[in-house]
Design a protein around this ligand. Structure first.
Ligand code: C5P
Length: 238
């Protein structure tokens, strides 16, 4: 079902604004993305409130710290009942392995479904020159995305967040069960906003995306529920 694939990004700065969107969208999307802006404004309560309303949560906090700290944090987030959480592949194999095993262990202790842990690789705001000259990472962005994606898979993570342009290669490299979460999605004819390289929902799903993250085309629409419904219809038409 197309609805399961659609994640609405709640990029707002208060609990009230977030819950107003959740109430409008609950029956039209499969999951809600809570990012660092909303989480830092409203705290874990926003996740609890979405869960109480029956919503699933992708907690996009992009954790990156020493393995013990990240593992302990993923335990806390697992207890909140999130469905997906993410960590930086740049934290290395040991950090990713520690997170992967901590969520499995904590979910077993709690008797709940473990969240999927996915990796953030090279942020789309990073270009090749910055990667090469400031971070001293050689090669192209695409090569580094693939290196980190393979490392994430080796660490036992469930998938990655990646740009629409990387879906095809990652799907081919990592196999059919690897979770690919893709932002930068714009339905035909909608505003690009600050997204430079965009793809339509149908194109991204055809290339192999598991989940699509859509923010402003839904949240800034006059009728967010209608905007979400149109995207689901497009996904289901392919
Ligand atoms: O409003 P829009 O659809 O552009 O929102 C996309 C969401 O996905 C935002 O929450 C943004 O932070 C996130 N994101 C992104 N590009 C990335 C990684 C995350 O747009 N490379």
């Amino acid at each position: 079902m197309g609805k399961r694939k659609l994640i609405a990004a709640l990029d707002v700065d208060s609990l009230d604004k977030a819950l107003s969107l959740v109430d409008q969208l609950a029956s039209h999307v499969g999951m809600f993305k809570v990012g660092m802006e909303l989480y830092n404004a409203a705290g874990p309560e926003v996740v609890r409130q979405i869960r109480r309303r029956g919503g699933r949560v992708f907690l996009d906090l992009k954790l990156h710290d020493i393995p013990t700290t990240v593992a302990r944090t993923t335990r806390v987030l697992t207890r909140l009942g999130v469905s997906i959480l993410n960590i930086h592949a740049g934290g290395g194999l040991a950090m990713m392995q520690a997170a992967a095993s901590a969520v499995q262990d904590e979910a077993a202790v709690q008797g709940i479904e473990p969240p999927q842990v996915i990796a953030v690789t090279v942020l789309t705001s990073m270009d090749e020159i910055t990667l090469n000259t400031q971070l001293n990472i050689p090669g192209t962005v695409e090569e580094q995305v693939l290196r980190w994606t393979k490392l994430a898979q080796q660490a036992g993570l469930h998938g990655v967040v990646c740009s629409p342009l990387e879906i095809k290669t990652i799907r081919e490299t990592c196999g059919p069960n690897f979770t690919i979460v893709t932002p930068g999605i714009r339905p035909a004819g909608s505003e690009k906003n600050d997204q430079r390289r965009v793809m339509t929902p149908a194109e991204a799903v055809k290339l192999g995306a598991t989940y699509l993250v859509v923010g402003r085309p839904i949240t800034a629409a006059e009728n967010p529920a209608e905007a979400a419904r149109a995207i689901v219809k497009e996904i289901e038409s392919i």
